[in-house]
Design a protein around this ligand. Sequence first.
Ligand SMILES: NC(=O)C1=CN([C@@H]2O[C@H](COP(=O)(O)OP(=O)(O)OC[C@H]3O[C@@H](n4cnc5c(N)ncnc54)[C@H](OP(=O)(O)O)[C@@H]3O)[C@@H](O)[C@H]2O)C=CC1
Ligand SMILES: O=C([O-])CC(=O)C(=O)O
Length: 276
Amino acid sequence: MNAFTSPRRRPMRVAIAGFGAIGGRVAQALDEGIPGFELAAVAAQDKGKAARRMEQLRNPVPVLDIAELEPVADLVIECAPAVLLPAIAEPFLREAKSVVVLSVGALLAQEHLVALARQHGGQIVVPTGALLGLDAVAAAAEGRIESVRMVTRKPVRGLLGAPYLVENNIRIEDIREPMRVFEGTAREAAKGFPANLNVAVALSLAGIGPDRTMLEIWADPELQRNTHRIEVESDSARFSMSIEGIPSENPKTGRITPLSVIACLRKMTAPLRVGT
Ligand SMILES: NC(=O)C1=CN([C@@H]2O[C@H](COP(=O)(O)OP(=O)(O)OC[C@H]3O[C@@H](n4cnc5c(N)ncnc54)[C@H](OP(=O)(O)O)[C@@H]3O)[C@@H](O)[C@H]2O)C=CC1
Ligand SMILES: O=C([O-])CC(=O)C(=O)O
């Protein structure tokens, strides 16, 4: 028996930083009940809007500022704009608590967070999110991986406003055919597409790192789903996998993303854990 699975353990108090497409759905699941966890508080920018959304929960919790979350929670789920990651994560990591990170791309520019977790005994958890197969990639990385390539295709509205497109004057609003808008490493993609390609960074952290994980991004005017296709070549296996995610209320974010967070929470306390 461990601290998480002990039946006598009091529920982990969860704070959700960001009450949008991901945070709202995870809050709903916690409100309906995930064994071993209880929702303690959320943070949002527009507190009035968040308070109205909160009315839909059976057991409403306070809407706080990010700085007020740590004292009331044992674990925080970061699902806010990427720039807020340090403000959300640092107080929890300093207290040896866990931080579930969705703005994974921001971790590359904030490497001190991993050092902070190591120093204080906290933990940063990156769920598979909108992707798939990170278990196989992590297993292959215990041997030798030669290459990891991902091709992402998104509907135009899922890419609009990305800094890389703006800075390079790449117009996709009126395209009539699929257009390749980016080719490069996961690290470069994280900078150029901070709200669209967290998955590429998650893939890179599970495997061979952000400078060797290669990525193509296509804008496709006919497409309805966020599509990621991954090819891995390693000394234990060659595998390819793809996922066609249905966009959520936020067209940049797939519906499966909050479900991945919910599954991740369940796995933390489950008496039977399946998958690495
Ligand atoms: N790892 C993965 O697989 C994926 C990761 N993501 C990433 O997850 C993150 C969240 O995505 P998503 O839920 O779709 O985003 P949304 O835009 O739907 O929600 C973001 C939330 O953050 C809140 N917020 C903004 N500023 C502040 C602030 N200063 N203090 C507190 N809250 C604030 C917003 O509040 P308000 O509404 O009041 O403005 C909103 O509730 C993004 O970084 C996204 O890129 C997305 C998809 C997949
Ligand atoms: O939903 C997706 O396809 C992935 C996504 O937005 C991200 O990685 O940020």
